[in-house]
Ligand binder design. Structure first.
Ligand SMILES: [Cu+2]
Length: 323
């Protein structure tokens, strides 16, 4: 084998590592639930490796044993212990370890509730805090670190699945049904979630931003989100109305209250757009407005191919100013 071939072979082995990153990884847990799943996985992998090594050793010993050394009674004893008693004890111990991990965290009435609805191909997100008005947002889930959060998950059209690998396991989002997942983030930072149930053409382009924040910063952020959108751009607001964008999009405080597409009230404060797919730069927003289907095949937003680029850019600046 030539050195190049060998190098290629070795690099091929490392190919799966290309999928590793700390933003969307069950191995980089930033929530207690994902940390539990990770420790169970590590335990299972180590256990499997030990059992495999023991089996290989046994096989090696059996093959190399001198003639007449292996007896029927010895074989039966081996089956009783290695095939019956040891696995039963191991499985019982594993069950005892994993049952408490499977127990969902008990929510409290005062906990923050975040309702997330999967849509083709974006996320409708609503924050319902006790004794304060609800706030609607989209394509971004923010969580206070160290507080229990109840995620209420449902589907608006077809089945989706909600997965923030670093936070907890995945849960299906089913139309007409509410699945509840109780979680607690432990580490502030920006992470990513993804739809994990095939839901149509742009299923793979249905991701979202996850921001875990210190509790005080979270409260301040939520208070700002509660306020109507402020923009010192009356021309942009007029364009938005002229093109009928408000038929599908809400911009609170501007009289636009459409519910078909994502809420854009504080669009300018989000880190990504089009469900975690694009950076919200002026050029990207403008291009998306004119040809959303170029970014997301099968998108539920009409294209505006005849809109002049200057108008699309003016709309992009207006949306970017909504903070
Ligand atoms: Cu989906």
């Amino acid at each position: 084998m030539s050195p190049t071939t060998r190098l290629c072979g070795v690099s091929f082995l490392f190919l799966p590592l290309a999928g590793c990153n700390r933003h969307q990884s069950a191995l980089h847990a930033f929530g207690e639930e994902a940390a539990g799943v990770r420790s169970l996985t590590v335990l299972l992998v180590i256990g499997a490796a030990v059992i495999l090594a023991a089996m290989l050793l046994l096989m090696w010993a059996a093959v190399r044993a001198p003639e007449g050394r292996l007896t029927l009674a010895g074989g039966e004893r081996l089956i009783l212990w290695a095939g019956g008693i040891v696995p039963a004890v191991l499985l019982l111990a594993l069950l005892a370890y994993s049952l408490p991990l499977m127990q969902p965290r008990a929510p409290d009435r005062a906990d923050l509730r975040i309702a997330v609805e999967g849509e083709q191909f974006w996320w409708r997100v609503r924050y319902d805090a006790a004794n304060a008005p609800s706030v609607t947002s989209a394509n971004e889930v923010r969580l206070p670190v160290g507080r229990t959060v109840v995620l209420r998950l449902t589907g608006g059209d077809v089945i989706h699945s909600f997965w923030i690998p670093g936070l907890a396991g995945k849960t299906d989002m089913i139309p007409g049904r509410e699945n509840v997942m109780t979680v607690r983030a432990t580490q502030a930072g920006r992470y990513r979630g993804q739809c994990t149930e095939f839901c149509g053409l742009s299923h793979a382009l249905m991701a979202f931003d996850v921001v875990a924040m210190e509790p005080a910063a979270f409260d301040a952020w939520l208070a700002v989100q509660r306020r109507p959108a402020v923009s010192a751009d009356p021309a942009g607001r007029r364009l938005f109305a002229q093109h009928g964008c408000g038929g599908c999009h809400t911009v609170r405080g501007s009289g636009e209250a459409g519910l078909i597409g994502p809420d854009l009230s504080h669009f300018g404060s989000r880190h990504t757009m089009a469900a975690g797919i694009l950076q919200p730069t002026e050029a990207n927003i403008a291009a998306f407005i004119r040809h959303p289907e170029h970014t997301k095949p099968g998108v539920r937003m009409p294209s505006f191919p005849h809109m002049p680029d200057t108008e699309a850019r003016a709309l992009a600046r207006y949306l970017g100013s909504l903070r």
